[in-house]
Design a protein around this ligand. Structure first.
Ligand code: NAD
Length: 445
Protein backbone atom coordinates (compact mmCIF):
# COMPACT_ATOMS: atom_id res chain seq x y z
CA UNK A 1 0.00 0.00 0.00
CA UNK A 2 1.10 3.55 -0.59
CA UNK A 3 2.19 5.48 2.46
CA UNK A 4 0.37 8.80 2.53
CA UNK A 5 3.11 10.87 4.20
CA UNK A 6 6.85 10.63 3.75
CA UNK A 7 9.31 10.78 6.61
CA UNK A 8 10.15 14.29 5.44
CA UNK A 9 6.53 15.18 6.11
CA UNK A 10 5.39 15.85 2.56
CA UNK A 11 2.67 13.80 0.90
CA UNK A 12 3.74 10.71 -0.98
CA UNK A 13 3.92 11.12 -4.72
CA UNK A 14 2.25 7.73 -5.16
CA UNK A 15 -1.37 8.80 -5.06
CA UNK A 16 -1.18 11.58 -7.67
CA UNK A 17 0.80 9.26 -9.94
CA UNK A 18 -1.69 6.42 -9.54
CA UNK A 19 -4.54 8.85 -10.30
CA UNK A 20 -2.78 9.98 -13.48
CA UNK A 21 -2.19 6.37 -14.49
CA UNK A 22 -5.82 5.45 -13.83
CA UNK A 23 -6.98 8.38 -15.95
CA UNK A 24 -4.36 7.41 -18.55
CA UNK A 25 -3.03 10.94 -18.56
CA UNK A 26 0.36 9.78 -17.25
CA UNK A 27 3.06 10.27 -19.88
CA UNK A 28 4.99 7.07 -20.40
CA UNK A 29 8.51 6.61 -21.71
CA UNK A 30 10.09 3.41 -22.98
CA UNK A 31 13.88 3.32 -23.31
CA UNK A 32 15.09 0.76 -25.87
CA UNK A 33 12.73 0.08 -28.75
CA UNK A 34 13.66 -3.50 -29.68
CA UNK A 35 11.91 -6.86 -29.47
CA UNK A 36 10.80 -6.04 -25.91
CA UNK A 37 10.43 -2.26 -25.82
CA UNK A 38 8.49 -1.72 -29.05
CA UNK A 39 5.66 -4.21 -28.31
CA UNK A 40 5.40 -2.78 -24.78
CA UNK A 41 5.24 0.81 -26.05
CA UNK A 42 2.56 -0.27 -28.54
CA UNK A 43 0.41 -1.89 -25.84
CA UNK A 44 0.61 1.20 -23.61
CA UNK A 45 -0.32 3.38 -26.59
CA UNK A 46 -3.20 1.04 -27.51
CA UNK A 47 -4.51 1.52 -23.96
CA UNK A 48 -4.74 5.27 -24.60
CA UNK A 49 -1.51 6.49 -22.99
CA UNK A 50 0.78 8.94 -24.73
CA UNK A 51 4.01 7.03 -25.09
CA UNK A 52 7.45 8.28 -26.07
CA UNK A 53 10.04 5.73 -27.10
CA UNK A 54 13.68 6.66 -26.64
CA UNK A 55 16.46 4.86 -28.46
CA UNK A 56 20.03 5.63 -29.40
CA UNK A 57 19.45 3.95 -32.79
CA UNK A 58 18.46 6.80 -35.11
CA UNK A 59 17.26 4.41 -37.78
CA UNK A 60 14.78 2.73 -35.42
CA UNK A 61 13.52 6.12 -34.21
CA UNK A 62 13.06 7.30 -37.80
CA UNK A 63 11.25 4.09 -38.78
CA UNK A 64 8.90 4.31 -35.80
CA UNK A 65 8.07 7.96 -36.47
CA UNK A 66 7.32 7.01 -40.10
CA UNK A 67 4.88 4.44 -38.70
CA UNK A 68 6.95 1.59 -40.08
CA UNK A 69 7.51 -1.49 -37.91
CA UNK A 70 10.90 -3.18 -37.88
CA UNK A 71 9.81 -5.85 -35.36
CA UNK A 72 8.00 -8.86 -36.80
CA UNK A 73 5.46 -9.14 -33.96
CA UNK A 74 4.30 -5.53 -34.38
CA UNK A 75 2.22 -4.99 -37.53
CA UNK A 76 3.03 -1.81 -39.43
CA UNK A 77 -0.70 -1.00 -39.74
CA UNK A 78 -1.07 -1.00 -35.95
CA UNK A 79 2.05 1.08 -35.44
CA UNK A 80 1.05 3.60 -38.11
CA UNK A 81 -2.38 4.10 -36.52
CA UNK A 82 -0.81 4.84 -33.11
CA UNK A 83 1.80 7.19 -34.58
CA UNK A 84 -0.84 9.06 -36.59
CA UNK A 85 -3.13 9.47 -33.57
CA UNK A 86 -0.19 10.94 -31.63
CA UNK A 87 -0.21 8.16 -29.01
CA UNK A 88 3.22 6.90 -29.94
CA UNK A 89 6.31 8.82 -30.92
CA UNK A 90 10.05 8.23 -30.70
CA UNK A 91 13.17 10.28 -30.15
CA UNK A 92 16.88 9.99 -29.50
CA UNK A 93 16.69 12.95 -27.11
CA UNK A 94 16.59 11.83 -23.46
CA UNK A 95 15.56 15.33 -22.35
CA UNK A 96 11.94 14.29 -23.00
CA UNK A 97 12.25 12.34 -19.74
CA UNK A 98 11.70 15.65 -17.94
CA UNK A 99 8.05 15.39 -18.96
CA UNK A 100 7.62 11.65 -18.35
CA UNK A 101 5.74 10.26 -15.36
CA UNK A 102 7.04 6.78 -15.89
CA UNK A 103 9.81 5.07 -17.80
CA UNK A 104 10.43 1.41 -18.66
CA UNK A 105 14.02 0.47 -19.44
CA UNK A 106 14.26 -2.30 -22.09
CA UNK A 107 17.89 -2.17 -23.22
CA UNK A 108 20.11 -5.15 -24.12
CA UNK A 109 21.95 -7.23 -21.51
CA UNK A 110 24.56 -9.27 -23.38
CA UNK A 111 27.62 -11.07 -22.04
CA UNK A 112 31.11 -9.63 -22.28
CA UNK A 113 33.89 -11.48 -24.12
CA UNK A 114 34.76 -13.11 -20.77
CA UNK A 115 31.11 -14.25 -20.49
CA UNK A 116 30.42 -11.87 -17.62
CA UNK A 117 27.24 -9.71 -17.51
CA UNK A 118 27.54 -6.56 -19.58
CA UNK A 119 25.26 -4.11 -17.79
CA UNK A 120 26.76 -1.07 -19.55
CA UNK A 121 23.51 -0.46 -21.49
CA UNK A 122 21.48 -0.45 -18.27
CA UNK A 123 23.96 1.92 -16.63
CA UNK A 124 24.00 4.25 -19.64
CA UNK A 125 20.19 4.39 -19.81
CA UNK A 126 19.87 4.84 -16.03
CA UNK A 127 22.34 7.73 -16.05
CA UNK A 128 20.14 9.47 -18.62
CA UNK A 129 17.10 8.85 -16.43
CA UNK A 130 18.96 10.28 -13.42
CA UNK A 131 19.90 13.35 -15.45
CA UNK A 132 16.28 14.26 -16.16
CA UNK A 133 14.82 12.74 -13.02
CA UNK A 134 12.09 14.45 -11.07
CA UNK A 135 9.77 13.89 -8.14
CA UNK A 136 6.81 11.60 -8.79
CA UNK A 137 8.54 9.45 -11.39
CA UNK A 138 8.19 5.68 -11.74
CA UNK A 139 11.18 3.80 -13.16
CA UNK A 140 10.89 0.13 -14.11
CA UNK A 141 13.74 -2.02 -15.36
CA UNK A 142 12.62 -4.80 -17.73
CA UNK A 143 15.99 -5.96 -19.09
CA UNK A 144 16.93 -9.44 -17.91
CA UNK A 145 19.73 -9.15 -15.39
CA UNK A 146 21.30 -10.54 -12.22
CA UNK A 147 19.65 -10.14 -8.82
CA UNK A 148 20.71 -6.88 -7.27
CA UNK A 149 20.96 -4.80 -10.45
CA UNK A 150 17.96 -2.61 -9.67
CA UNK A 151 18.85 -1.76 -6.10
CA UNK A 152 22.66 -1.83 -6.42
CA UNK A 153 23.10 -0.04 -9.75
CA UNK A 154 20.01 2.01 -10.51
CA UNK A 155 18.79 3.02 -7.05
CA UNK A 156 22.04 4.82 -6.04
CA UNK A 157 22.00 6.80 -9.31
CA UNK A 158 18.44 7.97 -8.70
CA UNK A 159 18.85 8.47 -4.95
CA UNK A 160 21.78 10.84 -5.61
CA UNK A 161 19.17 13.42 -6.55
CA UNK A 162 18.17 13.57 -2.87
CA UNK A 163 14.71 12.15 -3.56
CA UNK A 164 13.43 9.27 -1.46
CA UNK A 165 12.48 5.95 -3.00
CA UNK A 166 8.95 4.75 -2.25
CA UNK A 167 7.82 8.28 -1.42
CA UNK A 168 9.22 10.78 -3.90
CA UNK A 169 9.87 8.29 -6.67
CA UNK A 170 9.23 4.63 -7.41
CA UNK A 171 11.58 1.96 -8.66
CA UNK A 172 10.71 -1.60 -9.65
CA UNK A 173 11.86 -4.55 -11.71
CA UNK A 174 9.53 -6.46 -13.98
CA UNK A 175 10.96 -9.22 -16.16
CA UNK A 176 9.90 -9.24 -19.78
CA UNK A 177 8.74 -12.70 -20.83
CA UNK A 178 7.75 -11.96 -24.43
CA UNK A 179 8.27 -14.86 -26.82
CA UNK A 180 8.82 -13.47 -30.33
CA UNK A 181 6.79 -15.31 -32.94
CA UNK A 182 4.35 -16.75 -30.37
CA UNK A 183 0.86 -15.88 -31.60
CA UNK A 184 -0.89 -17.31 -28.52
CA UNK A 185 1.06 -15.60 -25.75
CA UNK A 186 1.87 -11.94 -26.35
CA UNK A 187 2.85 -8.96 -24.22
CA UNK A 188 -0.63 -8.51 -22.72
CA UNK A 189 -1.64 -12.06 -21.85
CA UNK A 190 1.67 -13.25 -20.37
CA UNK A 191 1.32 -12.69 -16.61
CA UNK A 192 3.55 -9.80 -15.55
CA UNK A 193 5.69 -10.35 -12.46
CA UNK A 194 6.65 -7.15 -10.66
CA UNK A 195 8.71 -6.41 -7.58
CA UNK A 196 9.39 -2.93 -6.20
CA UNK A 197 12.18 -1.58 -4.00
CA UNK A 198 9.44 -0.74 -1.46
CA UNK A 199 5.81 -1.88 -1.20
CA UNK A 200 4.71 1.50 -2.56
CA UNK A 201 6.98 0.99 -5.59
CA UNK A 202 5.41 -2.43 -6.22
CA UNK A 203 1.94 -0.94 -5.93
CA UNK A 204 2.54 1.93 -8.35
CA UNK A 205 4.20 -0.40 -10.90
CA UNK A 206 1.42 -2.99 -10.46
CA UNK A 207 -1.10 -0.25 -11.11
CA UNK A 208 0.61 0.78 -14.34
CA UNK A 209 0.85 -2.74 -15.75
CA UNK A 210 -2.69 -3.64 -14.76
CA UNK A 211 -3.91 -0.97 -17.21
CA UNK A 212 -2.69 -3.13 -20.09
CA UNK A 213 -1.79 -6.63 -18.90
CA UNK A 214 -4.41 -9.28 -18.19
CA UNK A 215 -2.65 -10.44 -15.03
CA UNK A 216 -0.04 -8.80 -12.81
CA UNK A 217 1.79 -10.87 -10.21
CA UNK A 218 3.41 -8.79 -7.45
CA UNK A 219 6.37 -10.34 -5.62
CA UNK A 220 8.01 -9.17 -2.42
CA UNK A 221 11.19 -7.58 -3.80
CA UNK A 222 13.13 -6.54 -6.88
CA UNK A 223 15.59 -9.38 -6.28
CA UNK A 224 12.83 -11.99 -6.35
CA UNK A 225 11.50 -10.48 -9.60
CA UNK A 226 15.00 -10.45 -11.12
CA UNK A 227 15.59 -14.08 -10.13
CA UNK A 228 12.19 -15.27 -11.43
CA UNK A 229 13.30 -14.52 -14.97
CA UNK A 230 16.66 -16.20 -14.47
CA UNK A 231 14.99 -19.33 -13.11
CA UNK A 232 12.70 -19.50 -16.14
CA UNK A 233 15.53 -19.33 -18.63
CA UNK A 234 17.90 -21.52 -16.62
CA UNK A 235 15.12 -24.13 -16.43
CA UNK A 236 14.99 -24.18 -20.23
CA UNK A 237 18.75 -24.21 -20.71
CA UNK A 238 19.29 -27.09 -18.24
CA UNK A 239 16.44 -29.21 -19.60
CA UNK A 240 17.53 -28.68 -23.19
CA UNK A 241 21.05 -29.72 -22.19
CA UNK A 242 19.73 -32.82 -20.46
CA UNK A 243 17.81 -33.86 -23.55
CA UNK A 244 20.76 -33.02 -25.81
CA UNK A 245 22.86 -35.38 -23.72
CA UNK A 246 20.10 -37.97 -23.91
CA UNK A 247 20.18 -37.62 -27.72
CA UNK A 248 23.91 -38.41 -27.73
CA UNK A 249 23.37 -41.43 -25.46
CA UNK A 250 20.47 -42.69 -27.58
CA UNK A 251 22.55 -42.28 -30.78
CA UNK A 252 25.29 -44.41 -29.23
CA UNK A 253 22.73 -47.10 -28.36
CA UNK A 254 20.87 -46.78 -31.69
CA UNK A 255 17.63 -45.66 -30.04
CA UNK A 256 15.39 -43.03 -31.63
CA UNK A 257 15.45 -40.16 -29.09
CA UNK A 258 12.47 -38.46 -30.75
CA UNK A 259 10.34 -41.54 -30.26
CA UNK A 260 11.53 -41.76 -26.64
CA UNK A 261 10.44 -38.16 -25.99
CA UNK A 262 7.09 -38.72 -27.72
CA UNK A 263 6.52 -41.79 -25.56
CA UNK A 264 7.44 -40.00 -22.32
CA UNK A 265 5.20 -37.07 -23.29
CA UNK A 266 2.12 -39.29 -23.01
CA UNK A 267 2.52 -39.15 -19.22
CA UNK A 268 -0.17 -36.68 -18.15
CA UNK A 269 1.73 -35.39 -15.09
CA UNK A 270 5.29 -34.84 -13.93
CA UNK A 271 6.84 -34.65 -17.40
CA UNK A 272 7.35 -31.78 -19.79
CA UNK A 273 8.96 -32.44 -23.17
CA UNK A 274 12.13 -30.65 -24.26
CA UNK A 275 13.79 -31.43 -27.57
CA UNK A 276 17.39 -31.84 -28.66
CA UNK A 277 18.79 -29.54 -31.31
CA UNK A 278 21.79 -27.81 -32.82
CA UNK A 279 22.38 -25.58 -29.77
CA UNK A 280 20.83 -22.59 -28.09
CA UNK A 281 20.04 -19.28 -29.75
CA UNK A 282 18.50 -15.90 -29.16
CA UNK A 283 19.07 -13.09 -26.74
CA UNK A 284 17.91 -14.99 -23.64
CA UNK A 285 18.51 -18.68 -23.02
CA UNK A 286 22.19 -18.91 -24.00
CA UNK A 287 22.98 -15.77 -21.98
CA UNK A 288 20.72 -15.23 -18.99
CA UNK A 289 21.79 -18.26 -16.89
CA UNK A 290 25.32 -16.82 -16.80
CA UNK A 291 23.94 -13.65 -15.18
CA UNK A 292 22.77 -15.87 -12.34
CA UNK A 293 25.96 -17.95 -12.05
CA UNK A 294 28.12 -14.79 -12.12
CA UNK A 295 26.22 -13.24 -9.23
CA UNK A 296 25.98 -16.50 -7.25
CA UNK A 297 29.78 -16.86 -7.48
CA UNK A 298 30.16 -13.60 -5.53
CA UNK A 299 28.38 -15.34 -2.67
CA UNK A 300 30.56 -18.45 -2.90
CA UNK A 301 27.75 -20.40 -4.53
CA UNK A 302 28.61 -22.55 -7.52
CA UNK A 303 26.06 -22.91 -10.34
CA UNK A 304 27.10 -26.36 -11.55
CA UNK A 305 23.97 -27.10 -13.59
CA UNK A 306 24.34 -23.80 -15.45
CA UNK A 307 27.99 -24.40 -16.30
CA UNK A 308 27.36 -27.98 -17.41
CA UNK A 309 24.32 -27.02 -19.49
CA UNK A 310 26.42 -24.30 -21.14
CA UNK A 311 29.09 -26.86 -22.05
CA UNK A 312 26.66 -29.45 -23.43
CA UNK A 313 24.51 -26.98 -25.38
CA UNK A 314 27.60 -25.13 -26.61
CA UNK A 315 29.01 -28.35 -28.09
CA UNK A 316 25.91 -29.14 -30.16
CA UNK A 317 26.85 -27.14 -33.30
CA UNK A 318 30.07 -29.17 -33.46
CA UNK A 319 28.10 -32.39 -33.07
CA UNK A 320 25.86 -31.37 -35.98
CA UNK A 321 28.93 -30.71 -38.13
CA UNK A 322 30.34 -34.11 -37.11
CA UNK A 323 27.09 -35.73 -38.23
CA UNK A 324 27.41 -33.90 -41.53
CA UNK A 325 30.97 -35.14 -41.97
CA UNK A 326 29.85 -38.69 -41.23
CA UNK A 327 26.96 -38.50 -43.71
CA UNK A 328 29.26 -37.13 -46.43
CA UNK A 329 31.77 -39.83 -45.59
CA UNK A 330 29.07 -42.39 -46.38
CA UNK A 331 29.16 -41.02 -49.92
CA UNK A 332 32.96 -41.05 -49.98
CA UNK A 333 33.07 -37.26 -49.75
CA UNK A 334 34.92 -34.93 -47.40
CA UNK A 335 33.51 -31.77 -45.83
CA UNK A 336 36.44 -29.97 -47.43
CA UNK A 337 35.27 -28.95 -50.88
CA UNK A 338 31.67 -30.09 -50.43
CA UNK A 339 28.76 -27.76 -51.15
CA UNK A 340 26.73 -27.61 -47.94
CA UNK A 341 23.38 -25.88 -47.53
CA UNK A 342 22.35 -24.70 -44.05
CA UNK A 343 18.56 -24.64 -43.86
CA UNK A 344 17.09 -22.07 -41.45
CA UNK A 345 19.45 -19.54 -39.87
CA UNK A 346 17.09 -17.69 -37.51
CA UNK A 347 17.51 -18.90 -33.93
CA UNK A 348 14.04 -20.43 -33.86
CA UNK A 349 11.20 -21.21 -36.26
CA UNK A 350 8.94 -18.52 -37.72
CA UNK A 351 11.06 -15.55 -36.70
CA UNK A 352 13.71 -13.41 -38.36
CA UNK A 353 16.07 -12.96 -35.38
CA UNK A 354 19.55 -14.43 -35.86
CA UNK A 355 21.13 -13.29 -32.58
CA UNK A 356 23.24 -16.09 -31.06
CA UNK A 357 21.74 -18.48 -33.60
CA UNK A 358 23.48 -21.87 -33.58
CA UNK A 359 23.24 -21.76 -37.38
CA UNK A 360 25.99 -19.13 -37.35
CA UNK A 361 28.24 -21.50 -35.40
CA UNK A 362 27.40 -24.39 -37.73
CA UNK A 363 28.24 -22.20 -40.75
CA UNK A 364 31.52 -21.05 -39.24
CA UNK A 365 32.57 -24.62 -38.37
CA UNK A 366 31.69 -25.85 -41.86
CA UNK A 367 33.59 -22.99 -43.49
CA UNK A 368 36.60 -23.70 -41.27
CA UNK A 369 36.52 -27.31 -42.45
CA UNK A 370 36.67 -26.15 -46.06
CA UNK A 371 33.01 -26.51 -47.05
CA UNK A 372 31.46 -24.19 -49.59
CA UNK A 373 28.48 -22.99 -47.54
CA UNK A 374 25.16 -21.62 -48.71
CA UNK A 375 22.09 -20.94 -46.59
CA UNK A 376 18.37 -20.75 -47.05
CA UNK A 377 15.97 -18.83 -44.81
CA UNK A 378 12.86 -17.08 -46.11
CA UNK A 379 12.73 -14.91 -42.95
CA UNK A 380 16.31 -13.66 -43.00
CA UNK A 381 17.60 -11.32 -45.73
CA UNK A 382 21.31 -11.39 -44.84
CA UNK A 383 23.89 -12.69 -42.38
CA UNK A 384 25.95 -10.50 -40.05
CA UNK A 385 29.28 -9.22 -41.34
CA UNK A 386 32.05 -11.79 -40.99
CA UNK A 387 29.80 -14.85 -41.49
CA UNK A 388 30.47 -16.33 -44.91
CA UNK A 389 27.89 -18.08 -47.01
CA UNK A 390 25.85 -17.44 -50.11
CA UNK A 391 22.09 -16.97 -49.79
CA UNK A 392 19.95 -19.46 -51.72
CA UNK A 393 16.77 -17.79 -52.98
CA UNK A 394 14.90 -20.69 -54.56
CA UNK A 395 13.59 -23.70 -52.66
CA UNK A 396 13.08 -26.20 -55.45
CA UNK A 397 14.33 -29.71 -56.17
CA UNK A 398 16.42 -28.25 -58.99
CA UNK A 399 18.07 -25.55 -56.82
CA UNK A 400 18.82 -28.14 -54.12
CA UNK A 401 20.24 -30.74 -56.48
CA UNK A 402 23.72 -29.20 -56.63
CA UNK A 403 24.41 -29.55 -52.91
CA UNK A 404 26.33 -32.42 -51.35
CA UNK A 405 24.71 -31.96 -47.95
CA UNK A 406 21.81 -30.02 -46.44
CA UNK A 407 21.76 -29.36 -42.69
CA UNK A 408 18.40 -28.45 -41.18
CA UNK A 409 19.14 -26.11 -38.28
CA UNK A 410 15.90 -24.14 -37.91
CA UNK A 411 12.70 -25.60 -39.38
CA UNK A 412 10.41 -22.73 -40.40
CA UNK A 413 6.84 -24.00 -40.80
CA UNK A 414 6.63 -22.31 -44.22
CA UNK A 415 9.43 -24.51 -45.63
CA UNK A 416 8.59 -27.92 -47.09
CA UNK A 417 11.60 -29.92 -45.91
CA UNK A 418 10.43 -33.08 -47.67
CA UNK A 419 11.61 -31.54 -50.95
CA UNK A 420 15.14 -32.28 -49.74
CA UNK A 421 14.65 -36.05 -49.71
CA UNK A 422 15.86 -37.53 -52.95
CA UNK A 423 16.83 -34.09 -54.31
CA UNK A 424 20.54 -34.97 -54.17
CA UNK A 425 22.21 -33.91 -50.93
CA UNK A 426 22.55 -36.00 -47.79
CA UNK A 427 20.19 -34.47 -45.25
CA UNK A 428 21.15 -33.86 -41.62
CA UNK A 429 18.02 -33.09 -39.65
CA UNK A 430 18.95 -31.59 -36.28
CA UNK A 431 15.35 -30.67 -35.37
CA UNK A 432 13.23 -33.63 -36.45
CA UNK A 433 11.70 -31.47 -39.17
CA UNK A 434 11.28 -34.66 -41.20
CA UNK A 435 9.43 -36.45 -38.44
CA UNK A 436 8.40 -39.97 -39.35
CA UNK A 437 10.33 -39.96 -42.66
CA UNK A 438 12.64 -42.84 -43.48
CA UNK A 439 15.04 -42.25 -46.34
CA UNK A 440 18.56 -43.41 -47.15
CA UNK A 441 19.69 -39.75 -47.51
CA UNK A 442 18.46 -38.81 -44.04
CA UNK A 443 20.49 -38.57 -40.81
CA UNK A 444 18.56 -37.46 -37.76
CA UNK A 445 20.15 -35.95 -34.61
N1 NAD B 1 14.12 -10.66 -27.34
C1 NAD B 1 13.48 -11.39 -26.48
O1 NAD B 1 12.82 -12.37 -26.85
C2 NAD B 1 13.47 -11.06 -25.00
C3 NAD B 1 12.52 -11.68 -24.19
C4 NAD B 1 12.50 -11.40 -22.84
C5 NAD B 1 13.46 -10.53 -22.30
N2 NAD B 1 14.40 -9.96 -23.11
C6 NAD B 1 15.36 -9.03 -22.49
O2 NAD B 1 14.93 -7.70 -22.77
C7 NAD B 1 16.06 -6.84 -22.94
C8 NAD B 1 15.99 -6.17 -24.30
O3 NAD B 1 16.06 -7.17 -25.29
P1 NAD B 1 15.60 -6.91 -26.79
O4 NAD B 1 15.54 -8.26 -27.42
O5 NAD B 1 14.42 -6.03 -26.84
O6 NAD B 1 16.89 -6.12 -27.33
P2 NAD B 1 16.99 -5.33 -28.72
O7 NAD B 1 18.42 -5.33 -29.07
O8 NAD B 1 15.99 -5.86 -29.69
O9 NAD B 1 16.54 -3.86 -28.34
C9 NAD B 1 17.23 -3.05 -27.46
C10 NAD B 1 17.13 -1.61 -27.94
O10 NAD B 1 17.79 -0.80 -26.96
C11 NAD B 1 18.47 0.22 -27.64
N3 NAD B 1 19.49 0.77 -26.74
C12 NAD B 1 20.69 0.26 -26.39
N4 NAD B 1 21.29 1.05 -25.49
C13 NAD B 1 20.45 2.08 -25.26
C14 NAD B 1 20.51 3.22 -24.44
N5 NAD B 1 21.54 3.46 -23.63
N6 NAD B 1 19.48 4.09 -24.48
C15 NAD B 1 18.42 3.86 -25.28
N7 NAD B 1 18.30 2.79 -26.07
C16 NAD B 1 19.31 1.91 -26.06
C17 NAD B 1 19.02 -0.45 -28.88
O11 NAD B 1 19.34 0.49 -29.87
C18 NAD B 1 17.84 -1.35 -29.26
O12 NAD B 1 16.95 -0.71 -30.14
C19 NAD B 1 17.29 -7.73 -22.74
O13 NAD B 1 17.67 -7.66 -21.40
C20 NAD B 1 16.76 -9.12 -23.04
O14 NAD B 1 17.49 -10.12 -22.38
C21 NAD B 1 14.42 -10.19 -24.45
Amino acid sequence: MCPRRSSAGHASAAEPLIRKIDKRTARLGVIGLGYVGLPLAVEFAEAGFHVTGIDIDERRVRELNRGHSYIQDVPTAQLRKLVRSGHLTATTDFAVLRRMDSVNICVPTPLSKQRDPDVSYIVAASKEVARYFHRGMLVILESTTYPGTTDELILPLLAETGLEVGKDFFLAFSPERVDPGNATYTTINIPKVVGGVTPACTEVARNLYSQVMNKVVPVSSVRVAETVKLLENTFRSVNIAMVNELALMCAAMDIDVWEVIAGASTKPFGFMPFYPGPGLGGHCIPIDPFYLSWKAKQFGSEARFIELAGQINGAMPKHVVNLTARALNGRKKAVNGSRVLVVGVAYKPAIDDIRESPALDVIELLVKSGAEVSWYDPHVPSLPAGIHGERLDQWTKASLAGFDAAVIVTPHPSVDHKVLLGAGPVVIDSRNALKGERHPDLTRL
